[in-house]
Design a protein around this ligand. Structure first.
Ligand code: ZN
Length: 415
């Protein structure tokens, strides 16, 4: 892609309300555009990162047997009334009416919708287990949308669902997802810990969250220094505002009182739903003796935009983003100094070799081009100038080392 043709405008100025590094850098780099508080467009540069995250998630879930589908964003309220969540969930559940004054709900999650869809499919023990999921828009009327992409009112979520005959089988499905989630987070380049969490509005038998440790994270985690078991502070009855662990609070696993606080960003959560949805929505199966039982369910979710922003929180410096290669929008940022024709030629050669290249062909100073290369965080910077005598100056983002290479070496090195 040529910079001059791209739908991008970078800026030295961060939005006034930007409190987090990811908000500042994604806005300055032209990855996102705020339509209003909590509503963002992903501009082309941001959408490329999003698509790479999308592919990694899909690949890892397909590997454990999750089959892809898609469910609607607008839900007739019937299913939400069956589980009573229509009445029980707070104002974050966005309710609308149609022209006939009938109730509808904007998808906050899809448990009710998937359970409804499973009814004609699952009726016997022979129909179990099943794993299914989708990546779809979610809408939540958050009281305080903040932090750029970290907390928005509309976002995309991968959510998957498991259907099993008993709790033992659910445990097996649950373990598969834990493995897949760990792979996903590792591949996008962040370190997470899995912690015990509150079941919250989802209900059920138990829940875990995947937390990325971050000093400005909004979640509080209590870690036991003896056995390293970690729990969400909510589980121990510690409020979000509190800065101290009450005297006498014990680790729920080993009963040690040697506990410490950490802050984190929640990047994924998984729930053992049990029969919370199957009973009210009447999703039953018959066993070998023709006896009827409710299906045991699990649900699993990762917010894509939040994950994207979390990677930026974890990987940046004062000049800009440092994308992990696996999800970088492009592989190389090419720029020419006083040698436009040579840079043009290199661009064509790299494109032909199948390298994802963002070519800064603007009529701008070297300083401006270098600044944008750092801000956008593309893993490699390639500079063509009269000084380099037919060779290309290659530099890795975040490193000071510069190497002189030929075009074919370049294509090989950065692939
Ligand atoms: Zn412990």
């Amino acid at each position: 892609m040529r910079y001059s043709k791209s739908f991008i405008k970078t800026s030295h100025q961060a939005p006034k309300d930007a409190e987090t590094a990811s908000h500042r850098l994604l806005a300055r780099g032209g990855f996102i555009y705020p339509l209003g508080a909590g509503f963002y467009s992903l501009l082309p540069m941001g959408f490329r990162v999003y698509q790479k995250i999308y592919d990694i998630i899909t690949e890892e879930l397909n590997r454990i047997g999750v089959e892809d589908m898609i469910m609607p964003v607008v839900h007739p309220a019937r299913v939400w009334k069956e589980t009573k969540r229509f009445f029980e969930v707070g104002p974050e559940l966005w309710k609308i009416k149609n022209r006939f004054k009938e109730d509808f709900v904007l998808a906050m999650t899809h448990e009710e919708v998937i359970t409804d869809a499973a009814k004609p499919i699952i009726s016997s023990y022979k129909d179990l287990p099943k794993l299914v999921g989708h990546i779809q828009t979610k809408v939540r009327d958050e009281a305080r949308a903040r932090g750029g992409l970290l907390r928005t009112k509309e976002f995309t979520m991968q959510d998957a669902y498991s259907f099993d005959r008993d709790e033992e089988a659910l445990d097996k499905s649950y373990q598969k997802f834990i493995k897949a989630y760990n792979n996903i987070f590792e591949r996008v380049g962040i370190e997470t810990i899995m912690i015990e969490s509150d079941v919250g509005a989802m209900g059920g038998l138990g829940a875990n969250e995947f937390m990325m440790i971050a000093k400005n994270g909004e979640d509080k985690i209590v870690v036991c220094k003896k056995c390293w078991h970690a729990v969400n502070a909510d589980v121990l009855g510690i409020s979000r505002e509190s800065n101290a662990i009450r005297k006498g609070t014990k680790c729920p696993k080993c009963r040690s009182t040697n506990l410490t606080f950490k802050r984190g960003i929640e990047v994924g959560n998984i729930f053992k739903l049990g029969t919370k949805y199957s009973i009210p929505q009447k999703l039953f199966y018959t066993d070998e003796r023709n006896k009827e039982h409710p299906v045991i369910m699990g649900s699993y979710g990762i917010g894509l935009e939040r994950l994207l922003a979390s990677v930026v929180e974890a990987s940046h410096d004062k000049d800009g983003i440092i994308w992990p290669t696996s999800i970088a929008p492009y592989r190389v940022y090419l720029l020419g100094i006083d040698k436009k024709s040579a840079a043009d030629k290199t661009y064509q050669q790299l494109t032909k070799a199948g390298v994802e290249v963002f070519y800064d062909d603007r009529d701008a100073t070297a300083g401006e081009k270098f600044a944008d290369a750092d801000l956008l965080g593309i893993p490699y910077r390639a500079t063509v100038s009269a000084k380099t005598k037919g060779k290309i100056e290659l530099k890795k983002r975040g490193s000071k080392q510069v190497k002189l290479v030929t075009t074919s070496e370049l294509a090989r090195r950065i692939k």
